[in-house]
Design a protein around this ligand. Structure first.
Ligand code: GLU
Length: 480
C-alpha cells in the first residue's frame, strides 16, 4: 500500500444485541487514528448474520457512540460517498465478487448437507484432528454441479485455499505473522441463504470503501489469514492491520458479561459520564503518556500513540472507572450536576413511567419515595430474611438466582417474554412460580412487597436489572 494513500478507518459492529463496551474501545482507537492523520472514520453495520440480528441494536449503537462523542464521518445514518453502509444493502456486491472467484476457480459450490458436515466434524474430533472441510465438492464435475443446481440442492460457496501453501501478513503492533495453509479451512464465503459470511463481506467492503487501516480487536487475528487470502484471490492490495489487545476482567479472562457489565446502555443508565468513560477507555492499553491520568478526547487525539500500546491485555477495572467517574462528578458545577441528575436519575420520562406503578399503592405523596426507592438506587442489598424463600437453602437459592440471571439475559424485555422466562424457570427447577417471582422481587427491589414486579423490571431496564442480579450474586457468594 502506498504511504500517501488517504487514511480511512472503520468500525464494523454487528447489530446482535446491546452495544458493547469493547465496541466503544475500538471505536475510540479508530476515531483517534483518523483524527491524528487527517483521515476519515467510518461506521459500517455488519448485519449479514440474520440469525443473530437484533432489530433495535443498530439504533442503540448509534446512540451510545454519539453519547460518547465519537462522531463518524460516514455511516448508514450520515451517508458518505461509499455507501450503502449496511451490509444487508450490499448483497449484490458480494454475489458478484463470489462469482468472479468461482469463474477463476478460486471458489467452488459445496452441496454437502449439514448432516454430512456434522458427521465429518464428529469424526475429526474423535481423531483429534482440527475441524475442516474435506473438499469433497471441489472434485465435482461440471455435469454433477449442473445436475445439483437443476435439482435445486441448497449450496454454499467455499474458497479453494491453495494447498499446500503459506502466507504472511504484517500486524503493525506485532510484526510479521506467518501461517501455513494446512491450518486454513476452505471457508464458506456465501451461505445457503445467499448472504455472505463475515470474511467475504468484510474484505469486499474494506476494499470498496478504500479502508487503509483495519484497527480491530485481537480476537480477529485468526480471521486475518482468511482475509489476506481473499485479497490475494481478488488481486486487491490488503489494508494495514492493527490488532488491539482484548479488554480483560480483573482475573485476566476475556471481558464478559458474566463478570462485568459490558453494555454501554448500562453505563449510561447507571450514571457514568461519557467524558469519564472515554477517559477511562483511553487509559487502557497504554497509548497515552504514563504520567497522564485525566484527559479529554482532544488531548487524546494530540498525545495518544499507537506505537506505545502494550500487548498485555488491559484490565477493565470497574472500581477504577467508578473512582474516575467520581472525580468527574466532583468537578461539575452544582448546577450542572443538578442538570445531570434531572436528566439521568430523575429523568422526566422515567418518572412518568414510575408514577402509575406507585399510584395504586400510596396514601400520602411521601410514600411514593418509599415504594419507588429501588428505581433510583445503585444498589439494593436484600438480606437473607428478605430473599430466601421459606424452607430453601441459601445454596439452592443462589443457584436459582444464577439461573434467573441467565434466563433474563436471554429474554426479550417485554411483559410476555419476562413472564414466560420466570414461569419456564419455575417449571424446569420444580420451584413454585410464586417463589421465583418472590426471589426476583427481592433482588430487584430489595423488598418483599413492591409495585408490580414485571412492569417495574421493564421500566428499570434490562441492563440495570442484570447488573443488580450480578451484584447480588457476587455479594451473597462472598458472604458465604
Ligand atoms: N463485524 C465484526 C465485529 O462484530 C467486525 C470485525 C472487524 O472489524 O473486522 O466486530
Amino acid at each position: 500500500m502506498m504511504n500517501d494513500t488517504p487514511i480511512r478507518v472503520r468500525i464494523a459492529p454487528s447489530p446482535t444485541g446491546d452495544p458493547h463496551v469493547g465496541t466503544a474501545y475500538i471505536a475510540l482507537l479508530n476515531y483517534l487514528f483518523a483524527r491524528q492523520r487527517h483521515g476519515r472514520f467510518i461506521l459500517r453495520i455488519e448485519d449479514t448474520d440474520r440469525t443473530r440480528f437484533v432489530e433495535t441494536s443498530e439504533q442503540m449503537i448509534f446512540e451510545s457512540l454519539r453519547w460518547l462523542g465519537l462522531a463518524w464521518d460516514e455511516g448508514p445514518d450520515v451517508g458518505g460517498g461509499y455507501g450503502p453502509y449496511r451490509q444487508s444493502e450490499r448483497t449484490e456486491l458480494y454475489r458478484a465478487a463470489v462469482l468472479r472467484l468461482q469463474e477463476s476457480g478460486k471458489a467452488y459450490r459445496c452441496f454437502c448437507t449439514p448432516e454430512r458436515l456434522e458427521a465429518m466434524r464428529k469424526q475429526q474430533a474423535a481423531a483429534k484432528q482440527p475441524p475442516r472441510y474435506d473438499r469433497t465438492c471441489l472434485q465435482l464435475s461440471p455435469a454433477q454441479v449442473s445436475e445439483n443446481l437443476a435439482r435445486q440442492v441448497p449450496f454454499v460457496v467455499r474458497m479453494a485455499v491453495p494447498q499446500p501453501g503459506e502466507t504472511t501478513f504484517r500486524d503493525e503492533l506485532r510484526g510479521e505473522i506467518r501461517f501455513d495453509h494446512a491450518n486454513v479451512d476452505d471457508q464458506v464465503l456465501l451461505k445457503s441463504d445467499g448472504y455472505p459470511t463475515y470474511h467475504l463481506a468484510n474484505v469486499v467492503d474494506d476494499h470498496a470503501m478504500e479502508i487503509s487501516d483495519v484497527i480491530r480487536a485481537e480476537e480477529w487475528i485468526s480471521s486475518t489469514p482468511k482475509h489476506v487470502l481473499l485479497y490475494q484471490a481478488f488481486g486487491w492490495p490488503a489494508p494495514r492491520f492493527w490488532h488491539m489487545p482484548l479488554l480483560r476482567n480483573p482475573d485476566k479472562s476475556k471481558i464478559s458479561k458474566r463478570k462485568n457489565p459490558v453494555s454501554l446502555i448500562y453505563y449510561r443508565q447507571a450514571g457514568f459520564l461519557p467524558a469519564a468513560l472515554i477517559n477511562f477507555l483511553g487509559l487502557l492499553g497504554g497509548g497515552m503518556p504514563a504520567d497522564l491520568e485525566q484527559f479529554n478526547l482532544a488531548e487524546m487525539a494530540e498525545k495518544f500513540q499507537f506505537e506505545r500500546i502494550s500487548l498485555g491485555g488491559p484490565v477493565f477495572d470497574l472500581e477504577k472507572l467508578r473512582w474516575l467517574n467520581g472525580v468527574y462528578l466532583r468537578a461539575l458545577p452544582p448546577e450542572t450536576l443538578l442538570g445531570e441528575l434531572r436528566e439521568n436519575v430523575f429523568g422526566e420520562s422515567y418518572l412518568r413511567q414510575i408514577v402509575p406503578l406507585v399510584q395504586e399503592r400510596i396514601e400520602t405523596l411521601a410514600q411514593a419515595a418509599d415504594l419507588a426507592d429501588f428505581f433510583f438506587r445503585d444498589e439494593v442489598a436484600p438480606p437473607p430474611e428478605v430473599y430466601l424463600p421459606k424452607k430453601r437453602s441459601k445454596e439452592e437459592t443462589l443457584k436459582m438466582s444464577s439461573e434467573l440471571l441467565a434466563g433474563l439475559e436471554a429474554s426479550d424485555w417485554t411483559h410476555p417474554a419476562l413472564e414466560k422466562t420466570l414461569r419456564d424457570l419455575a417449571e424446569q427447577s420444580g420451584w413454585p412460580a410464586k417463589e421465583v417471582f418472590m426471589l426476583f422481587r427481592a433482588i430487584l427491589t430489595g423488598k418483599t412487597a413492591s409495585p408490580p414486579l414485571l412492569e417495574s423490571a421493564l421500566v428499570f431496564g434490562k441492563a440495570r436489572t442484570l447488573d443488580r442480579l450480578r451484584r447480588f450474586l457476587e455479594r451473597e457468594k462472598a458472604r458465604k
